[in-house]
Ligand binder design. Structure first.
Ligand SMILES: Nc1ncnc2c1ncn2[C@@H]1O[C@H](COP(=O)(O)OP(=O)(O)OP(=O)(O)O)[C@@H](O)[C@H]1O
Length: 504
């Protein structure tokens, strides 16, 4: 048997008081897909960053293909054949695919490779792994799923034998995710090794050979995937049994709180993004909007939140607390944006500053230099406790929280302000199974307290678990409305634009 592709022994890493990794052992066999799972903040990204040379471990050893190595930076990782595809891509958007792939690979053995030769190599890789990417396309024009493939190409071009992917499917449509899994299968078939961080246990079951579980900085278990189950993995991650679907009673809808009538959104290129959308959300109900991402849900959500353009049509709110503010049409309208980095957080601000972002009313917090720092701190502490944000440190920069904990900071701010109407985009993106359970419970509690909730999610399971009514969008249009009892197939047909299939 050949030496493992990777062998970590006793890896520890601290950031100040936070023990992100504690004495971690991990063995990854060559030619396998190895899943790494764990709660938000468990230390998965830190461990992978050590392997990729972004961070240095405080203690422990790394062996690649049986040989002890020191990985002092990402160049060293690349020269050892380790490549990484990040959660947030590191591509230069105005450049072409070919230019991006060549960029930064100019050093070493690739130095003398001319453009024509680079193109040949790129085309070879692209065919071998069924990546389907046009070398001359401008990266900024490509959908995220294809941009991700460019990242993979970039790693392969640099000779990666071991590929690390950090939550690769968080931003993908189901079709794109399936394509990615085919690519990963192809990589394995060619003898390459894949390390996959994901929160989606179904993905772990479908594609990995082995899976390792982290909890609070430690490695708590490793399993052959064939010998475990989603239930066991969820329990190992969180340390208790997890309800994968939260119980909810009948809805008790009251008055209409939000009404959208004949809404059209045409973007700056003249493309109609939302076409004649009309819907209502009542107090005490959750209305879900299902659809493959990119079918107008984001534009609809932003128009309702008052931060995106409306070409024609109207959005009306009824009996909502508070006056319009520069950040939202009404104080009583909560909005969890789909993209926490672009719109939900200012990552270089502290957690406590983010906790009041957009809510910094003078009556509550004062203003400018006179801001009541004590009130801001208390608010943040309260939020952190309610949403189990880890670490519960209001003075940490938002950027230094793990992805899932950043999401909890945004959710806490919008939900704890007691909105009458809450519009939520992708509430559990990047969030672990235990936190999903808590967030789903909270949303149902809000509904039961008479709040009106509009939920947009690309996770069909989430839409079906939470919604009292489900509206399906396709190509900017509302294709139809179904009840929560609708089957995945019925909703799937509407999601692909087939209107009368739902009755079949
Ligand atoms: N640069 C940093 N400075 C301070 N603390 C950090 C830094 N990077 C990570 N941490 C902390 O280390 C811990 C582990 O974070 P890490 O990002 O590795 O978790 P994760 O398992 O990848 O989480 P998620 O699933 O939410 O992405 C967290 O408590 C995080 O706040």
């Amino acid at each position: 048997m050949s030496a493992p592709a990777i062998e970590l022994k006793g890896i520890s890493k601290s950031f100040g008081a936070v023990h992100a990794n504690r004495d971690i052992d991990l063995t990854v066999e060559k030619g396998t897909i190895h899943g790494i799972i764990g709660e938000n903040g468990a230390g998965k990204s830190t461990l992978m960053s050590i392997l990729y040379g972004f961070y240095q471990a405080d203690k422990g050893t790394i062996a690649v293909d049986g040989a002890r190595v020191t990985i002092k930076d990402s160049d060293a990782a690349i020269s050892l054949g380790i490549g990484m595809v990040h959660q947030h891509f590191m591509l230069v958007e105005p450049f072409t695919v070919l230019e991006n792939v060549m960029l930064g690979a100019e050093g070493g053995a690739l130095l003398n490779r001319g453009r024509a030769e680079a193109r040949k190599e790129l085309e070879r890789l692209e065919k071998e792994y069924e990546l389907n990417v046009d070398p001359d396309a401008i990266v900024g024009d490509l959908p995220v799923g294809i941009q991700q493939r460019v990242e993979i190409l970039k790693a392969l071009y640099r000779g990666a034998e071991i590929l690390i992917l950090d939550e690769p499917t968080g931003v993908l449509t189901p079709d794109e995710a399936d394509h990615l899994f085919r690519i990963l299968g192809q990589l394995r078939a060619q003898g390459k090794t894949v390390l996959l961080i994901t929160h989606k246990l179904r993905e772990i079951m479908a594609i990995t050979d082995d899976v390792s579980v982290m909890r609070q900085g430690q490695m708590v278990a490793s399993r052959h995937t064939a010998e475990t189950s989603v239930e066991e993995l969820a329990e190992l991650m969180v340390g208790r049994r997890v309800l994968l679907r939260v119980e909810k009673g009948e809805a008790n809808p009251g008055k209409v709180k939000l009404e959208v009538s004949g809404l059209n959104v045409v973007d700056e290129l003249g493309v109609a993004r939302v076409k004649e959308a009309s819907l209502q959300v009542r107090a005490g109900e959750i209305v879900g909007i299902a659809g493959v991402s990119g079918n107008g849900q984001s534009e609809l959500l932003e128009a309702i939140a008052g931060i995106g353009p409306i070409t024609t049509g109207s959005v009306e709110l009824f009996d909502i607390a508070g006056e319009p503010t520069p950040w939202r049409p009404r104080h009583g309208l909560g909005h969890v944006p789909e993209d926490r980095h672009k719109m939900g957080l200012v990552t270089k601000f502290l957690a406590k500053e983010n906790a009041v972002l957009g809510y910094q009313r003078e009556d509550e917090f004062g203003s400018g230099v006179m801001m009541d720092k004590g009130a801001v701190l208390e608010t943040c502490k309260r939020h952190m406790e309610a949403f189990d944000v880890r670490p519960p440190d209001p003075n940490l920069k938002a950027a230094n929280f793990s992805g899932g904990n950043q999401q909890k900071i945004v959710l806490a701010r919008e939900i704890e302000n007691d909105p009458d109407v809450l519009i939520v985009g992708q509430p559990t993106r990047g969030v672990d199974v235990g936190a999903i359970e808590a967030i789903h419970r909270r949303l149902i509690e809000l509904r039961d307290a008479g709040k009106a909730i509009l939920l947009v999610s690309v996770e069909l399971d989430e839409i079906r678990a939470l919604s009292d009514r489900i509206i399906v969008m396709f190509a900017g249009e509302i294709m139809g409305e179904v009840g929560p009892e609708a089957t995945e197939r019925e909703i799937g047909l509407l999601m692909s634009g087939v209107r009368d299939g739902a009755a079949a």
